[in-house]
Design a protein around this ligand. Structure first.
Ligand code: UD1
Length: 374
């Protein structure tokens, strides 16, 4: 009987990480993969376009959970994934990153004694006000195999007393997707199509509750963008959460009226990558974009006070600026004048991490049990 691995994804960053891992696992020829989409992200532009561009097979299972409060969404995913597991039990469940789908499916699996693999384990912002930090801590606490993307993750897990036999530093699978897609992404020529010159614009994204849920904070940030755009045109692919918050607070129209800030719908993976690759600077609160800009060598102002990805600050091109206008203005000036340290190369962010993920899973679950051996 085939050894079955459920690969769980729910939100944008998950799809980018799942794509190379699904391929690498299939390439082993020793296990069957089943793709489970929780439906946490459901707009075509936040979900289907990623499946299409990254050539992810259509999900075998779709839980269609949709949006909700933290508790309601997590509970709905847990309940629906458990129902699936009760009739279609895999040999192992693989979850990615730190979104609600990650933690919810982790709990559903381990309560049924299904071994859990966490890809991107060990990251810690030490900021428990972030839903993602809770998801990371919960998932790592119950995972059987913890696959880590950067050295800080190894140190965090060691400090938390996790058995080293269950932990592997495999590198960053998101970089595998970046390496595979960069040429096609650049070939789209999106900057010019949006009316900006390559190396003559900045990119902005924000969606974290800490930046967008508070009206005053969001208004301050949006006003600042209008001011910064006087020195450099900005492209702002706007997350639906941010758009809704700005509309509710009556501050969207002022931003839309500024001709040097181009507000667009959320971009596809390749569009976003191509846009970042030729930017002068990126302002973002996305963890994935901190990593991607570090690999691309593009200055990244991270609109947070902490990061669970410290390597992007130590060896990459990310600088933490919070949502403080003074720090943001200073960082923006430094980026424009070229006063920014170059990236120094991050170990194992080499485009081959998914192969190491597949090997780790094979060794722990297939080789030990003689699965797929002739
Ligand atoms: C989620 C992740 C975050 C990740 C981000 C990437 C959690 C806790 N957060 O945040 O870590 O960086 O995805 O985008 O899991 N919405 C739509 N269409 C969609 C999805 C969402 O309109 O397809 C709107 C809804 O109003 C929803 C809101 O966005 O309530 C927030 O979506 P949700 O998935 O809860 O969190 P994100 O902010 O996207």
């Amino acid at each position: 009987m085939a050894f079955v691995a459920d690969l769980v994804a729910g939100a944008r960053p998950n799809f980018i990480k799942l794509a190379p891992v699904a391929r690498a696992l299939r390439d082993t020829g020793r296990l069957e993969t089943r793709i489970v989409h929780t439906g946490q992200h459901y707009d075509p532009g936040m979900s289907q376009v990623f499946f299409d561009q990254l050539r992810i097979p259509q999900p075998d299972v779709h839980l269609e959970v949709g949006s909700g409060s933290q508790g309601a969404q997590t509970a709905r995913i847990l309940e629906r994934y458990e129902a699936h597991l009760l009739v279609n039990r895999p040999d192992v469940t693989v979850v990615f990153g730190d979104v609600n789908s990650t933690a919810a499916c982790a709990l559903a699996a381990v309560k049924l004694e299904i071994p859990l693999v966490h890809v991107e384990a060990g990251l810690r912002s030490f900021d428990r006000t972030m839903p993602e930090e809770i998801n990371r801590v919960v998932t790592d606490a119950v995972a059987d195999l913890l696959l880590v993307s950067e050295p800080s993750g190894m140190a965090n897990l060691e400090r938390e007393g996790v058995d080293v036999a269950r932990v592997r530093l495999v590198g960053n699978v998101m970089v595998d997707t970046l390496v595979a897609e960069l040429n096609e992404a650049r070939a789209l020529g999106l900057p010019r199509r949006l009316g900006v010159e390559p190396h003559g614009y900045g990119v902005v994204t924000m969606h974290r509750p800490s930046n967008v849920d508070d009206r005053e904070c969001l208004a301050r940030l949006l006003r600042l963008l209008v001011e910064l755009a006087e020195d450099l045109p900005l492209v702002f692919p706007m997350h639906p959460r941010t758009r809704a918050a700005a509309e509710r607070a009556n501050i969207l129209s002022a931003l839309l009226a500024c001709p040097r800030v181009k507000v667009v719908e959320p971009l596809s993976y390749r569009e976003n990558l191509g846009l970042m690759a030729d930017a002068v600077v990126v302002l973002t609160d996305s963890g994935g974009m901190q990593e991607e800009t570090s690999v691309l060598g593009v200055p990244c102002m991270t609109l947070r006070d902490n990061t669970e990805r410290p390597i992007t600050v130590e060896r990459g091109t990310s600088r933490l600026v919070g949502n403080d206008p003074v720090r943001i203005r200073r960082g923006f000036g430094d980026a424009l004048s070229g006063n920014w340290p170059p990236p120094s190369g991050i170990p194992l962010w080499d485009g081959k991490a998914a192969g190491r993920v597949a090997t780790a899973i094979e060794e722990r679950y297939c080789t030990a049990r003689g699965v797929g051996d002739a």
